[in-house]
Structures are given as C-alpha cells and as structure tokens.
Design a protein around this ligand. Structure first.
Ligand code: GDP
Ligand code: CA
Length: 311
C-alpha cells in the first residue's frame, strides 16, 4: 500500500490546501476527510456544503468568487421555488441542485454518505479520495442571541451576526469516523489539519471520539496550518466566534485548541512573534507564507507542509 497523507478539511480554507496537496500527491497517496457538521436539508434535498466545496474545487468547477457553488451557475430553479413560497435564503444554483438531487437519490437507494460522495466525485473526474468525516449524522448547532441555530441558518440566513454563547455538535458523541477515515487515521504517515474554521469545521470532526482518539494515536506527524493571520480570519466568522467563546483571537489561540493533537503548527510570517508561546504548548511553530491566493500559493504551502510532516 502506498504511503498516505490524510487531510482534514472544512470548506473554503480547507479546499485551498487540499487542492495544493492534490496537485503534488498521487490519488492513492492522499485522502481528504471533510466536515459534515454543516449538512442540512433544503427543499427535501441532502446538502453537504463542505463536501461540495472540496469536490467542486478538486474538479476545477468551483466558483472562485463565492467560495461555494459552481462557477457560472444560474439560479432559475431557486427563483421558481421563491415564487412557490419556499424559503430561499440558502443559495442553490441550478447545476448545483443536480448534485443534491443525485446525492439524495443515492442515499434513498441505500448508499451511505461515503458511497454517495465517491460516486459524485468519480462522475466529476475527481481522482483523489474525498470522504465525509462520518456516515452518521452530526449537526453543528449554535446557541445565539436569537436562540438555537443550525450552522447554515447562523452562517447564511443570519450572516454570522447573532452573538454566540455555545456551540454543540449534535450526534458527534455517537458518530463513528467514516471507514476510510478510520483506516487513514491508523495508516497515515502525515496528517494535515487544513486552515479551516477551528470551531465550525474542524470542531465537529474533533468532537467525534474516534477521530480525536485516532489523531492522539496517529503514528505520523500532524501538521496544522493556522486559519488566522495577524489576529484575523481571511474570511468567515472564525475570529468572531473564537472571541465570543473565550478563545484568544490569534494563531496562539488556535494552537491551544489543538493541544496534544498537533506536532507542527504553521503560522504566517506576520505572526512570527507568537512562535515561542506556541512552542511552549509542546508543538513546533513554523512561520511561512500561509495566504493562498493563487494555485501556485496553494501548491507551495502544500509542499512545505509535506516537508514539515517528513513526507
Ligand atoms: P468554510 O467551511 O467554507 O467556512 O471553510 P473552512 O472552515 O475550511 O475555511 C474557513 C477558514 O479558512 C477561515 O477561518 C479563513 O480564515 C481560512 N482561510 C481562507 N483562506 C485562507 C488562506 O488562504 N490561508 C489560510 N491560512 N487560511 C485561509
Ligand atoms: Ca463549512
């Protein structure tokens, strides 16, 4: 069996580094396990936003402007649903809808989410293995000033505005890692935690006991890339949520969330002054350029991460 790299990813930040890794590694050398705590049901369809972001990115179909959905998609079906009085705050493009229709159909026919994802990926020409964190349902629910909100309601409908006092990962305690992820956790030579939202993307994964335990036991090096640069998120509510939940809003605060799980913590050059405090947590801090705008940036960071992991 080939040596393996296991990457854990959420949506946009995760997909950027996953793409870099996929440009370097052969399909049998990389497995990408993706957060499903954001999954929800819209218009009777099973939607897995982070899996789709990773799948569309690797397929070269992602919309670079939004970070979600398909490039060049149109929204006529959604407009028609709106005329019918349906709730249409969650954007679903016409071609994107086909993904959710097909996924829902496969699940109804008895496939699990790992199998449905593999089929969708194969059809889109994605050659690297993409798996959900679990085939069991887990949903991220935020306790907010507007009450309990599932992740997509908080993030999309309410634009991450309500103040958050707690986050729960419903179902995580009972969920098992997807079989391919469980295997990779025991086999991987390098584990990469992509620069995803620590609370909304990697949080649900680490709340699954089999994943946390697998990372604690991982034989290979675990390399984490910070999603924060200069005390701010590059996009999304990571910094806001960290502050509201009592974490220090910096790469040091992120590093503390991966205590015991991380060997090498990659921060931006801008944050080099935090390195000594991160080292003191029992990890090795390494300063790099971690802002990935171009494909070359993604490949360069992925190459550095693999070097650091001893690949
Ligand atoms: P989501 O599910 O779409 O929110 O995606 P993720 O959780 O995977 O990624 C969101 C995180 O990615 C945010 O906290 C961003 O700060 C981070 N991010 C986005 N682009 C970059 C980048 O180029 N470099 C790094 N280091 N982090 C990034
Ligand atoms: Ca997400």
């Amino acid at each position: 069996m080939a040596d393996k790299v296991l990457a854990l990813a959420g949506g946009v930040g995760g997909a950027k580094l996953a793409l870099g890794l996929a440009r370097i590694l052969e399909p049998d050398e990389l497995i990408i396990a993706v957060n499903t705590g954001d999954d929800d049901c819209f218009h009777g369809l099973n939607v897995s936003p982070d899996l789709d972001t990773v799948m569309y990115t690797l397929a070269g179909l992602a919309n670079p402007e939004t970070g979600w959905g398909l490039a060049g998609d149109t929204f006529q079906a959604l407009e028609m649903l709106r005329r019918y009085g349906a709730n249409t705050w969650f954007n679903l493009g016409d071609r994107d809808l086909a993904t959710h229709i097909r996924r829902t159909q496969l699940l109804r026919e008895g496939a699990n989410l790992s199998q449905a994802t593999a089929q969708l990926c194969r059809s889109l020409g994605v050659r690297h293995q993409v798996v959900p964190m679990s085939d069991d349902p887990v949903s991220t629910v935020l306790t907010t000033s507007l009450g309990e909100l599932p992740m997509q309601q908080y993030f999309v409908q309410h634009k991450s505005e309500p103040k958050v006092t707690a986050v729960h990962y419903r179902g995580a305690e009972q969920a098992l890692p997807a079989p391919a992820l469980a295997q990779a956790l025991s086999d991987a030579d390098v584990v990469v935690l992509c620069p995803s939202n620590p609370i909304l993307s990697l949080g649900p994964m680490l709340a699954i006991p089999g994943i946390r335990q697998g990372l604690l036991n991982a034989a290979g090096h675990t390399v984490v890339v910070s999603p924060l640069v200069g005390g701010a998120a590059l996009r999304g509510p990571a910094a806001k949520l960290m502050g509201e939940l009592g974490h220090q809003i910096s790469s040091l605060g992120v590093a503390r969330m991966y205590l015991g799980l991380c060997d090498i913590f990659v921060i931006d050059h801008q944050d080099a002054a935090l390195a000594a405090e991160i080292d003191a947590l029992g990890m090795r801090a390494v300063a790099e350029s971690i802002i990935m705008n171009t494909e070359d940036d993604k490949i360069a960071l992925a190459r550095r991460v693999l070097d650091l992991g001893g690949w």
